[in-house]
Design a protein around this ligand. Structure first.
Ligand code: APR
Length: 250
């Protein structure tokens, strides 16, 4: 067991309040590509052309055909992987309290986490751009693109497009929880998109220990991660759960 890993186990065992911040990397092993880096979605699609609210308002049909239908296809097939189950296990063991996720795939809840802040919204729902009515994505009739609301308005995923604000409650609660935690587990994020990327800094500035899980170093690794565990989340999190169980039973 590497020293960093052993320190992470000790730190989690002593912690009173642990929160996780997750990004696309935790869902890569569920078959959902990341946004950046090799095989990233934004390597093949320009996010400003397909994932910005102005682009959607200008040409919803293209955004639906090029991005949203592709997301639906990938997310419909996705299942929680061992990393998601690992975080749910840490909650069941009383070690982890809350997950702040940038992901819109709902896989944390399906793995069993009960307190999940969906910082960028959820793809499980579509919302009317005109009247705000919502409907489960699985019930949307896609024979017409863009699909329409009963009011005639255009439906769009209940997720945050670039150029849109983070829901106030999600932002406020995430900032409060980040400031109050004594350990933040940062899993599978490049920490490049604000304001989510500022949560580890809020945690660190309030005295928390930052444990980072990512196969690649990120901007956090060089700046604030106390315990960078380099590797895939689907490998490291189950190992962490096993070590925590041993620790709890010791
Ligand atoms: N386990 C852990 N981390 C992984 C794995 C894995 N198996 N595979 C890749 N990663 C890491 C990558 O090294 C990278 O640092 O996950 C990170 C994914 O980074 P991004 O693709 O930038 O995703 P994320 O940080 O979630 O993006 C933030 O940007 O495009 C917007 O709204 C979108 O929520 C998203 C936000």
């Amino acid at each position: 067991m590497s020293d960093l890993f052993a320190d992470a186990v000790e730190t989690l065992a002593k912690a009173k309040k642990t929160v996780a911040l997750t990004g696309a990397g935790i869902s890569v092993e569920s078959g959902i590509p990341p946004f950046r880096g090799k095989g990233g979605l934004w390597e093949k699609l320009d996010p400003m052309k397909y994932a910005h609210i102005d682009a959607f308002l200008e040409d919803p049909e293209t955004v639906w055909n090029v991005l949203i239908k592709e997301m639906k296809m990938v997310l419909d097939k996705a299942r929680p992987n061992t990393a998601h189950v690992g975080l749910a296990d840490l909650e069941r063991m009383g070690i982890l309290q809350t997950v702040i996720t940038q992901n819109v795939d709902g896989l944390h809840q399906r793995a069993g986490n009960s307190d999940v802040i969906e910082f960028h919204g959820s793809f499980a729902w579509q919302r009317c751009q005109t009247c705000d009515w919502t409907i489960e994505t699985s019930r949307v009739d896609l024979s017409e693109i863009p699909p329409r609301c009963r009011c005639g308005g255009i439906l769009r995923p209940d997720c945050i497009f670039f150029g849109e604000m983070i829901p106030h409650d999600a932002l406020l609660r995430s900032q409060q929880i980040s400031a109050a935690c004594d350990v933040m587990l940062v899993v599978g994020t490049s920490a490049t998109v604000q304001p989510a990327a500022s949560m580890p800094f809020i945690a660190r500035d309030n005295g928390a220990v930052v444990i980072e899980i990512n196969p690649e170093p990120t901007s956090l690794t060089r700046r604030i991660s106390n315990l960078p565990l380099l590797g895939a989340a689907g490998t490291i999190l189950p190992r962490l759960v096993k070590a925590m169980r041993r620790h709890q039973n010791a």
